[in-house]
Design a protein around this ligand. Structure first.
Ligand code: BG6
Length: 460
C-alpha cells in the first residue's frame, strides 16, 4: 500500500464563519446584521424557520470546540469576525467582542491550530445597510476602518487574514436573484456592489500592509469553473462571459492588479459600467499574498436562447446547460465533478503566476443526515470520505504537475447554520443536535480526516 503524500507543511483544515456558528446574535453588544433584520421581517423564507439567533452556540462552546479541533487533526482553521459584533455602530469598539475573539483565537492556537481569520462572510451590519450597504462608496472606507481595527486588535495573535468570503455571492444573491437581503434584482446595481466590494478589499489590504507588514493576506473566492456545451463560437462566447463575470471579476484584480479589459468591454457593451474614481486603479494593485478557492461544483453553460441587448440578467449572456453525463450529489442536488480541481490547479499555475493558493472550502452537504447514524450515535458518512478522496486525488495530481497549492480546508468543522437553508444541509465532521443543547457528536469522516492529517496523505 502506498500513501499519496502532500507537500511538507500542507494545511489540513476546516472553514466556517462567525454568523454561521457563534449564535448570541443579539447579545453581548452585537448589533443587527441584515440576517437578523431579514429574519424578523420574513422568517418564512428560512428553512424550518431556523434563524441566525443561536446558530451552533459557539459563543458559549468555543473552548470545547477548540479541543475538538485536535480530535479531527486540524492544523489550520478559518473562521470570521462579526463586523456588527466588533463595531456595533461602525465606530465604537465593543470590548466584550474583543475579549471573546482574543480568547477564542488563543484557544485555537493552544490546540496547535493556525487560525486564518476572515473579515466578511455575507454579514452586512444594519447600520451600514441603512446607508445603502455596498451600493454606496462610503462602504469602502467603513470596511477599511473595520479591517484596520481588527488587524490592530488581533494582529499579535493572527498572522494570516482574508478580507472576503465569496464576494460574488452577496452580489448575486442580494442584487441579482433576490435571495439574500436586500433582495434587489438589478444587474447594474449588482455590478456597482461588486465594484465597491473589490475596492473595499483593496482598501482593507492597504491598512493591513501598514499595520501588519509581516502578515499575509488574501481573499476567498468561490470557483465554479465554466464548461461549455460545445466548441461552437456561440457557446464559447457564452463561456467567456461566464468566466469573466464569475471568475475573472475578482480573481484577475486580486492577482494581476486590474480588472480585465474584456470584462470592462463586456460591461460597457451592456451599459453596466460602474462608477469609478481616478485613484481606484492604483488601489487595486498588489492586494493579495495568497488566494483561497472554495470549490463545490462546476458551471455548465451554453449560448442563451433569446439574448437581449443590453443584457438584463447574466442569463442573457450565458444559460445553464444540463450536461447529460453529470453525477449528482443526491443529498444536496449539486453536481459532483472532482476533475475540476485539477483544472483549477492548472489555471492557477498557468494563468495566475502560480501564486500560492489553497482549497479554502470543499465538502459534501447532506440533508436528513441522521438517517446515516449507527446504533452508537455515529454518522457513518462514507459518502463524504469518498467525496473528499476523489477531490484530493485531482488536487494531488495538480500539485504533482507544479501547482502551488498549500492546503485543503473542508466545509465544515461542526455542522453549522447556512443562511436560508438553516440546518438542512449538513457538512461537518461533527453533528450538531439542535434538540439536545447543540450537542456535538463526531462523524466517521472526522476520524478519517485525522489520519489523513497525521500522515500528510492517505492510502491509495
Ligand atoms: C459556501 C458558503 O459556499 O456554501 C457557506 O461559503 C455555506 O457559507 C456553504 O454555508 C454551504 O451552503 P448550503 O447552501 O449547501 O448550505
Amino acid at each position: 500500500m502506498t500513501i499519496k503524500k502532500f507537500p511538507k507543511g500542507f494545511l489540513w483544515g476546516a472553514a466556517t464563519s462567525a454568523p454561521q456558528t457563534e449564535g448570541h446574535s443579539l447579545q453581548n453588544g452585537k448589533s443587527k446584521t441584515t440576517w437578523d433584520y431579514w429574519y424578523e421581517k420574513a422568517p418564512e423564507k428560512f428553512n424550518e424557520r431556523q434563524g441566525p439567533a443561536n446558530t451552533s452556540n459557539l459563543y458559549e462552546m468555543y473552548t470545547e470546540d477548540c479541543k475538538r479541533m485536535q480530535e479531527v487533526g486540524l492544523n489550520s482553521y478559518r473562521t470570521s469576525i462579526s463586523w456588527a459584533r466588533l463595531l456595533p455602530d461602525g465606530q465604537r469598539v465593543n470590548q466584550e467582542a474583543v475579549t471573546f475573539y482574543r480568547d477564542y483565537f488563543k484557544k485555537i492556537k493552544e490546540n496547535g491550530v493556525a487560525p486564518i481569520i476572515n473579515l466578511f462572510h455575507f454579514d452586512m451590519p444594519m447600520w451600514l445597510m441603512e446607508k445603502g450597504g455596498w451600493e454606496v462608496r462610503e462602504s469602502v472606507s467603513a470596511f477599511a476602518f473595520y479591517g484596520k481595527t481588527a488587524f490592530e486588535l488581533f494582529g499579535d495573535l493572527v498572522t494570516d487574514w482574508t478580507t472576503f468570503n465569496e464576494p460574488i455571492v452577496h452580489v448575486e444573491m442580494g442584487y441579482l436573484y433576490g435571495y439574500h437581503y436586500p433582495a434587489v434584482t438589478d444587474f447594474k446595481k449588482a455590478v456597482q456592489v461588486g465594484y465597491h466590494t473589490l475596492l473595499a478589499h483593496a482598501a482593507a489590504v492597504k491598512e493591513f500592509r501598514a499595520v501588519l507588514p509581516k502578515g499575509k493576506i488574501g481573499i476567498i473566492l468561490n470557483i465554479t469553473p465554466t464548461y461549455t456545451r460545445s466548441a461552437s463560437s456561440a457557446d464559447q462566447k457564452a463561456g467567456e462571459a461566464s468566466d469573466l463575470l464569475n471568475t475573472k471579476s475578482f480573481l484577475d484584480p486580486a492577482v494581476h492588479g486590474k480588472i480585465p479589459q474584456a470584462l470592462i468591454d463586456l460591461l460597457a457593451k451592456h451599459q453596466l459600467t460602474p462608477q469609478t474614481q481616478a485613484e481606484d486603479a492604483e488601489l487595486l494593485k498588489n492586494t493579495v499574498d495568497f488566494i483561497g478557492l472554495n470549490y463545490y461544483h462546476p458551471r455548465r453553460v451554453q449560448a442563451p436562447q433569446n439574448p437581449t441587448l443590453p443584457a438584463q440578467t447574466p442569463e442573457d449572456l450565458y444559460e445553464p446547460y444540463d450536461w447529460p453525463k453529470k453525477r449528482i450529489n443526491p443529498y444536496r442536488g449539486w453536481e459532483i465533478y472532482p476533475e475540476a480541481l485539477y483544472d483549477v490547479a492548472m489555471m492557477m499555475k498557468n494563468e495566475y503566476n502560480n501564486l500560492p493558493w489553497f482549497v479554502s472550502e470543499n465538502g459534501m452537504g447532506v440533508a436528513d443526515e441522521e438517517r446515516f447514524m449507527d446504533e452508537k450515535g455515529m454518522i457513518q458518512d462514507d459518502y463524504r470520505i469518498e467525496f473528499m478522496i476523489e477531490h484530493l486525488n485531482y488536487l494531488h495530481k495538480g500539485i504533482e504537475d507544479g501547482s502551488n497549492c498549500f492546503g485543503y480546508h473542508t466545509w465544515t468543522f461542526v455542522d453549522c447554520w447556512s443562511w436560508l437553508n438553516g440546518y438542512r444541509n449538513r457538512y461537518g465532521f461533527y453533528r450538531v443536535d439542535l434538540e439536545d443543547h447543540y450537542k456535538r457528536s463526531l462523524k466517521k469522516s472526522g476520524l478519517w480526516f485525522k489520519q489523513v492529517s497525521q500522515n500528510n496523505g492517505y492510502d491509495v
